[in-house]
Design a protein around this ligand. Structure first.
Ligand SMILES: *Cc1c(COP(=O)(O)O)cnc(C)c1O
Length: 390
């Protein structure tokens, strides 16, 4: 706990919302400290793109700043501008690059650093960048195997030569991005690490950064001088196939709108799946419009083989309860029969994921990853931030 512990409310007021999110900023802070420890002598930055993975950039960024984070990564210039209004002193890097000459003004105005990903980014920054005490500060991204963004090694080599003469830009960070670090045994990890050592050697005067969350867990020399965790800060599993050591940060709950009994042989939800036994159903007021994906739908739906893949589970009164039928836009059904008659009531909440129902289990049942569940949460929830330095 920080000594400025507080609690803030945003989003829809609780009695009017179909669901609520409890966002535990102390858990976020603890996850940051854990990643800092794992990063060893490397500085630990924070990736807060996509509204801090759907959690809300302002309370998240303030909490991480209070924990000592000084460098932040967003995806888009607009996200950088929003973050600047929250953290006047932070170093803010924009991962997706410069967005052409038209965007250069916002970089200057908000003191953002573009991550230069291509020759056209570099030329535009040379022509339209701003100067601080150094000319045209930026980061450089060199591709080592992801083949998404980034300069080729040859281009980086030429740039290092040219820029040593002209000093036209000032790289503060040289980075690359790991493509398969969630699988520690994947041969691409070592290959990318080797390639990145050659990149580092080109730009010795600036900090090197290779690791996302999963990369940090690779340990050894991987962290370099600066790590860039995202998902692990927010409680998601970074590495496949091992127990997730991070604390859950978000608990998402759905309000029960109605409890009904369905007789054996009757149908339920869209598509009319037939239930085999008398079933007590909690009808809950969130659906795929709230980021609870339709692909999480329960057994007996055409999306799934009923016998082997039951869909996602909710959690209420100490028990896991299976999702029943198809998830709809605004409503989701859970089978609460096992809790017995009169056990659940209108106005109570079923946990969709969080403290009791691991987000990665729910994501897996929906054929996706925690990143996608978090960034899909949407604007219809009541949001309650607890703890932290908000
Ligand atoms: C999103 C992103 C990260 C953070 O990745 P996580 O897997 O969420 O830790 C780091 N670096 C880059 C380039 C990214 O795009």
């Amino acid at each position: 706990m920080t000594d400025t512990a507080a609690s803030i409310i945003t989003g829809v007021s609780a009695p009017l919302a179909g669901g609520r999110l409890v966002i535990d900023l102390d858990a976020l802070a603890e996850n940051y400290r854990a990643l800092k420890l794992l990063s060893g002598s490397a500085e630990t930055a924070a990736v807060v793109k996509a509204d801090a993975y759907g959690l809300g950039i302002a309370p998240v960024a303030r909490t991480l700043w209070a924990e000592g984070a000084r460098r932040f990564f967003v995806a888009l210039p607009d996200e950088g501008a929003a973050l600047r209004d929250v953290l006047p002193e932070a170093d803010i890097f924009v991962l997706n690059g410069l967005f052409g000459e038209e965007a250069a003004g916002i970089y200057r105005e908000k003191r953002l650093y573009p991550v230069l990903n291509s020759q056209s980014d570099i030329s535009t920054w040379e022509a339209h960048g701003y100067d601080t005490d150094r000319p045209r500060p930026c980061a450089l991204h060199v591709d080592t195997g992801m083949n998404r963004l980034g300069l080729t090694f040859e281009r980086a080599q030429a740039l290092a030569r040219e820029n040593a003469l002209t000093g036209a830009i000032t790289p503060l960070v040289v980075m690359s991005h790991l493509a398969a670090a969630d699988d520690p045994a994947h041969p691409l990890n070592a290959k990318q690490f080797e390639s990145f050592q050659r990149v580092r050697a080109l730009f010795q005067e600036c900090d090197s950064s290779l690791c996302n969350s999963a990369g940090i867990f690779l340990g050894g020399d991987f962290p370099g001088e600066l790590t860039r965790p995202g998902i692990a800060l927010y409680g998601g599993a970074a590495v496949n196939g091992v127990k997730n050591p991070m604390r859950p940060v978000v608990t998402a709950e759905s309000r029960i709108a109605q409890v009904r009994v369905i007789k054996a042989g009757d149908t339920v939800s869209y598509g009319g799946a037939t239930v085999a036994r008398d079933t007590i159903v909690a009808v809950c007021s969130t659906g795929y419009a709230d980021g609870y994906h339709r692909s999480a739908s329960g057994a007996l739906v055409p999306l799934r083989d009923a016998s082997t893949t039951p869909g996602a589970y909710g959690f209420i009164h100490g028990r896991k309860v299976p999702l029943l039928g198809r998830v709809t836009m605004d409503l989701t059904l859970f089978d609460v029969t096992e809790l017995g008659p009169d056990a659940v009531h209108v106005g109570e909440y079923v946990e969709l994921f969080g403290a009791n129902m691991p987000i990665d289990d729910v994501a897996k049942a929906a054929g996706t990853i925690a990143y996608e569940l978090l960034t899909s949460l949407g604007h219809r929830y009541h949001r309650h931030y607890v703890g932290g330095a908000v």
